[in-house]
Design a protein. Structure first.
Length: 436
């Protein structure tokens, strides 16, 4: 499979698009740029102290990257803030099909509409051009949902030096090999407020970034705040059945290429359909692929075979495809099977049985110190027979010896910090910076 992220053409496109020949490629120049950028942002934050209404733009490309429901609502209810979502295309430089990018845009718009959130799509249809948000809406604070530079330049952090920029990771940072990608990209060194999941993550940010983690703030993870809220009533997103069945999510990761290959998808994709048939009278399955899996399968299988495979998961009475937010799916499920990086932590918030499909023996060594603790709270499968055993013994018959381990990890690393919800702590940190 062609790896676009490492291709010379892809990297050249990014450099040319962002005018980035020197800025992030020469360490001496970039360190000076980091200091200059931070000073500008701190000055921008202080200017907000006496402003009556602060304009807050939340950038979003893909529904699965949205982790700010409670934060957005809290700002909506506070007359000091005017939050809105900016929807724009995922990637312009990786060679993905335009139809797939447009479909993702539409899915993101529907996702935001369902929540009743104010949003804008800054596209000029007459000229066929994506417009400059800073000129159109003049945001004071910008929340990014992605740290990568493969978006259009007008939506990358370089363009927002005179705003207070903020970042909520779109998933728990669990991997050792991802230290550079999670903590030391140009974005991470420039962002004004990096809201981190735990003290472990803050220490890693300080150790692995050029900026020494100066913008890191431990708030807990707002993406999973809903699991702390007893008043939340999840929607039943499962296909109706003629009788009560156990509900199992299968959530394969997208990393099917050579090199760092976390995903077992290509090894077990047919086995999972067979297991769905085997347990059709007692289990229903939700196929919850990472958003990028479909893009990558189209590159190695072709569009037709990829569509046929996804259609198989919608065709059966006891199976379905789920490509929207995971919260309702998680809360109404009985168990999960996966090999996803962030879901290694996310599903532990539910306290339900969870199985990791281990592609090879190197997988655990790829996790960070935090991620290892999450990984060890899982059951592990090395083949289809292990998955079958988990379904039969743990899900159907209730033999769950890992229950106490999951609870221990949750209490030690995942529950709210000092009783304060992540969204509350984020607003507290922003206001502390504005008033400093």
């Amino acid at each position: 499979m062609k790896n676009y992220d490492n291709s010379i053409l892809f990297q050249l496109r990014l450099v040319l698009a962002h005018h980035d020949v020197l800025r992030s490629k020469v360490p001496f120049i970039f360190k000076r740029y980091i200091r200059f950028f931070r000073q500008s942002q701190l000055a921008a934050a202080r200017r907000l102290k006496d402003k009556e209404r602060i304009e807050v733009a939340f950038f979003l490309t893909i529904p699965g990257m949205w982790k700010a429901d409670y934060l957005f609502r809290a700002m909506q209810e506070n007359p000091k803030y005017h939050p809105y979502i900016v929807i724009y295309p995922y990637s312009q430089y990786k060679g993905f099909r335009k139809e797939e990018i447009d479909e993702t845009l539409h899915r993101t718009e529907e996702f935001v509409k369902e929540r009743g959130f104010e949003y804008v799509i800054p596209y000029d249809a007459r000229r066929g051009r994506w417009q400059d948000v800073k000129k159109l809406y003049k945001p004071d604070i910008v929340f990014f949902s992605s740290p990568y530079k493969d978006h259009l330049p007008q939506y990358f952090i370089y363009h927002f030096r005179d705003c207070l920029t903020c970042y909520i990771p779109y998933g728990f940072s669990n991997f050792r090999y991802m230290y550079e990608a999670n903590y030391n990209l140009p974005f991470h060194n420039l962002v004004g407020c990096y809201f981190l999941e735990s003290d472990i993550h803050k220490r890693l940010f300080a150790e692995h970034s050029l900026c020494h983690g100066v913008s890191g703030m431990v708030t807990g993870y707002p993406g999973n705040e809903v699991f702390f809220r007893s008043d939340y009533q999840p929607k039943d997103v499962w296909k109706p059945q003629d009788k009560i069945k156990k509900r199992i999510i299968w959530a394969p990761h997208h990393s099917i290429e050579e090199g760092f290959a976390l995903s077992s998808f290509l090894n077990i994709c047919d086995d999972m359909l067979c297991l769905a048939d085997k347990y059709q009278d007692s289990v229903q399955f939700a196929f919850k692929p990472h958003q990028l899996l479909k893009f990558k399968l189209q590159q190695i299988w072709g569009a037709q075979r990829t569509e046929e495979y996804y259609s198989e998961w919608n065709r059966r009475d006891n199976t379905q495809v789920e490509e929207s937010s995971y919260v309702d799916l998680f809360l109404t499920s009985d168990a999960m099977i996966h090999d996803s990086g962030s879901f290694t932590t996310d599903y532990l918030f539910t306290h339900k049985p969870v199985l990791f499909t281990v592609r090879n023996e190197e997988v655990r060594s790829r996790y960070s110190p935090f991620g290892e603790k999450m990984f060890d709270a899982h059951y592990h499968a090395h083949c289809a027979e292990d998955i079958d055993r988990f379904i039969n013994e743990t899900v159907l018959n209730g033999n769950d010896p890992m229950a106490e381990d999951r609870l221990s990890v949750y209490q030690k690393y995942l529950q709210p910090i000092d009783g304060m919800m992540p969204s509350e702590r984020i607003i507290y940190e922003i206001e502390k910076l504005i008033n400093s």
